[in-house]
Design a protein around this ligand. Structure first.
Ligand SMILES: Nc1ncnc2c1ncn2[C@@H]1O[C@H](COP(=O)(O)OP(=O)(O)OP(=O)(O)O)[C@@H](O)[C@H]1O
Length: 479
């Protein structure tokens, strides 16, 4: 921003408004029209409290989103305007009337042609069909324009869930697929698939009325309706949708009244031939704390699990995301990340984005050494968690043997040598004792582990290529 940094937070109301308008304008330029309208348009400035700019948005979901995706940028832009503003607080708060200039260049909300109450598609940054936030906004949370089927990478761990999601998107309320219950661990793509289904149904024939929301939002709406004695309107508006999608259903655990309401909504919609799609972190039968009758109903359509990622899927996701960003990332870096960051796709993506941002900022190519430096903290956090199982898995992957051979009695060199490498690395990288390591490798004696450790050290001395190979494995496993 050309303007010089200000000297402190004591801005007059007028100049505060001007600064805020410039910040919004700048963000709009940076993120593009679609993203701005989806996430940032409703953002208003509540004021400046001490060294903190307070920004409000109408829902908690939007607040979380803006905080995590744009929080740093907002802070940086505020600091450029006024160096006394050191923090930005994003809170739920009442909306003010649209701020001046807010909608002038972006008339989609008023002017976009609608079909059955739905805005027409806009062109997304990645070419995907996107729409402005749902105009019946009360119900549907905004959909992320990046979360479409086109950008979802399919591999063994998610192919079943993906196929079910596609089927529901093509033909909602098909027998056997209603409800569709998607479950899996954190950051594995449940929300991405849910949004993809919603985009596809909204973009399909017949302009179906899709309501997508988090379970948390469902609860807050319900409580608000109870307070304002408008539960009838609440029920009616919910039951008028064609497709109801509720994300993170585990949130309803222990919330008995909301569960009951959800149960009735669920039954009314399914009975009326409407589609329900739900996601959670566990299968219906494992969602302890949900009423039995609800668990039973949730499990009686299609239940699809998204499993933890495999090395191959991580590779494919990284290749796809690097290509989408238009940045050349060497194979060695892709392989390194796929080996190192195994927790979930969100972390993997975050690491790649950081590398790309770094490369763009400094105009440098992405390299393996650079990646280790830039991702130092993430890699260290992963390192602390290196376990014997992890070592066994990585070594088995590397030498292309079965994981079970790490503890099997097979003595063929092709299996025994990698097993010895894994024992050597377990000794080097964990604090486990020799007997403990032996136990984890099929109850072998500690002298076997001792022998493996010295044998691998000898081989590394004698054979530089072998030493390099073991070093590469160690680097992948290490901080
Ligand atoms: N198969 C995939 N292909 C492309 N991107 C993916 C895939 N799986 C996950 N992602 C990306 O990983 C990130 C996390 O995914 P998402 O938010 O859908 O996870 P989640 O399972 O809903 O997590 P949570 O349990 O925290 O709600 C998103 O940016 C998403 O686009």
């Amino acid at each position: 921003m050309e303007k010089q940094a200000g000297s402190g937070p004591a801005l007059s109301v007028a100049s505060m408004g001007e600064a805020w308008a410039r910040i919004r304008g700048r963000l709009r330029e940076e993120v593009g029209e679609v993203e701005y309208r989806t996430w940032l348009r409703q953002m208003t400035l509540a004021g400046i409290e001490g060294d903190e700019a307070v920004v409000v948005l109408p829902t908690r979901f939007l607040c979380d989103w803006v905080r995590s995706h744009y929080g740093d940028r907002l802070r940086a832009l505020w600091q450029q305007e006024n160096s006394g503003v050191r923090r930005v607080d994003v809170r739920v708060g009442p909306q003010r009337p649209a701020e001046e200039g807010e909608d002038d260049a972006a008339p989609a909300r008023e002017a976009a042609p609608r079909r059955n109450g739905l805005a027409e598609p806009l062109a997304g940054r990645n070419g995907a069909a996107v729409r402005a936030a749902d105009p019946r906004g009360d119900w549907s949370a905004p959909l992320d324009p990046r979360f479409t089927f086109d950008t979802f990478v399919v591999g063994k761990p998610n192919e079943f869930a993906h196929a079910c999601a596609r089927r529901v998107a093509e033909k909602p309320a098909m027998p056997g697929f209603n409800p569709l219950f998607l479950y899996g661990g954190v950051g594995l793509g449940k929300t991405h698939l849910m949004h993809a289904v919603a985009w596809a149904i909204r973009g399909g024939e017949g302009g179906r009325n899709v309501a997508y929301m988090s379970a948390e939002k469902f609860m807050y709406r319900f409580i608000a309706a109870l307070r304002s004695q408008s539960t009838m309107e609440f029920k009616e508006s919910l039951r008028s949708v064609d497709v109801l999608m509720v994300d993170d259903l585990q949130f309803l655990i222990g919330k008995d009244n909301t569960q009951e309401e959800f149960f009735h909504t669920f039954n009314a919609l399914v009975d009326a031939g409407k589609q329900i799609v739900v996601s959670a972190d566990k299968s219906p039968s494992d969602l302890n704390g949900l009423e039995d009758r609800l668990r039973t109903r949730l499990g009686c359509g299609m239940v699809a699990d998204i499993h933890a990622t495999t090395y191959e899927l991580r590779l494919s996701i990284l290749v796809a995301k690097a290509a989408a960003a238009g940045v050349e990332v060497p194979k060695s870096v892709i392989e390194f990340l796929a080996h190192k960051i195994t927790s979930n796709v969100r972390e993997l993506e975050g690491a790649l984005n950081r590398l790309i941002a770094h490369a763009n900022l400094f105009g440098r190519a992405v390299t393996l050494d650079g990646a280790q430096e830039v991702l130092h903290d993430i890699l260290r956090a992963h390192d602390r968690r290196v376990t014997i199982e992890e070592i066994q898995r990585k070594v088995a992957e590397h030498y292309n043997i079965r994981l079970t051979d790490m503890s099997s009695a097979r003595r063929a060199r092709a299996v025994a040598r990698p097993r010895q490498v894994a024992m050597y690395l377990a000794k080097q990288l964990t604090s486990r004792s020799l007997p403990e390591i032996g136990r984890r490798f099929g109850n072998r004696d500690h002298t076997t582990v001792m022998h493996a450790v010295s044998r691998i050290a000898e081989l590394m001395q004698a054979d530089a290529a072998f030493a390099e190979d073991v070093e590469l494995l160690r680097r992948m496993l290490e901080t």
